[in-house]
Design a protein around this ligand. Sequence first.
Ligand SMILES: Cc1cc2nc3c(=O)[nH]c(=O)nc-3n(C[C@H](O)[C@H](O)[C@H](O)COP(=O)(O)OP(=O)(O)OC[C@H]3O[C@@H](n4cnc5c(N)ncnc54)[C@H](O)[C@@H]3O)c2cc1C
Length: 331
Amino acid sequence: MRNTADVVVVGAGWAGLSAAQALSQRGRDVVVVEKSRGPGGRSATRREAGWAFDHGAQYMTADSAPFQEQLSHWRELGLVATWTPRIAVIGPRPDTLGTPRQPNDRTRWVGVPGNNAVLKHLASSQRVLYRHRVDQINRLGDRWQIDVSIDQQTQRWEAKHLILTAPPQQAAALLGHNHEFYAMLTDHPMRPCWTLMLGFRSVQALDWDAAFVNEGPLSWICRQSSKPGRDGEAWVVHASADWSEAHLEDEPTAVAEAMWKAFQQAGRLGGSLPDAHFLHRWRYAQSAQALDVGHLSDPANGLWIAGDWCHGNRVEGAWLSGLEAALSLAD
Ligand SMILES: Cc1cc2nc3c(=O)[nH]c(=O)nc-3n(C[C@H](O)[C@H](O)[C@H](O)COP(=O)(O)OP(=O)(O)OC[C@H]3O[C@@H](n4cnc5c(N)ncnc54)[C@H](O)[C@@H]3O)c2cc1C
């Protein structure tokens, strides 16, 4: 059997699913190939032992009219809601991107019941192949040959057009060093983030729901149940980009210990240990340099590249980038 599509999209995060939706709406035959078990990428929701953690993106903001309209539409469908947490600011250090962080400076949106809600909704109307990892891509004549692995098996796809939405270093590895975009993608500064997820069986009462932390190892703390539609006492703790970079290859137990201590200090919590904890390392968490190119394209070779890093470094930019790549392809 030949696996063919007009467009293959690599990645079922915001950029990939926004591109796939825009292309399907224009009658294109699209297949999304995703290496994980579900949609979301860096906006996935992790479920463990009864707790649910938004362990990547915490909330969405909207500066552009198209994304504001989308959020209103998704709110009508019950997929997103605004979130008005009590936010503390701990420590004086300014944010590394230079944007002073204020607790109540903007409207914050979250997915309901998890931050992957919209992504699941978008994916449900697309052909998405989960647990399919793209290992290699080759341009042969006017088509892409895309080699995919699923567990121990391999599969070959052919497509006229390809949209890559993996983080830039991963997209570069697929493209290979001969491609004109290779150096730009490889060199684009993406910063890491260690994430500690804490599950408690009893309520951890604090006088805030979330905190920007500007000192020590941490940068953000959030009580998940303060977001609409969640229950269970789950907390997400992010280390700062500087600290994550310095401790990127450390033993996970040492990382968890240091972050737990910092969390206790920040929350002035007593000795109550979490009933469960989980750790995740985002090697390419967020772009350190907000580009505004929208997307990249090499139309002569049927190639488009999209992702948050092409359009700021947040969810809104990822969604816009995927949309812009799709519109350029469909032109
Ligand atoms: C810790 C953290 C906190 C953040 N906080 C916020 C926040 O509060 N607000 C905000 O707006 N943004 C935040 N962000 C950024 C936000 O998560 C991203 O901007 C957005 O999710 C990026 O979407 P994307 O589609 O561009 O990329 P991704 O979400 O990375 O999607 C790429 C997809 O490609 C898949 N993939 C990669 N390689 C392959 C392959 N070879 N084969 C198949 N599939 C592949 C990946 O599995 C992934 O699903 C945060 C990110 C992190 C990590």
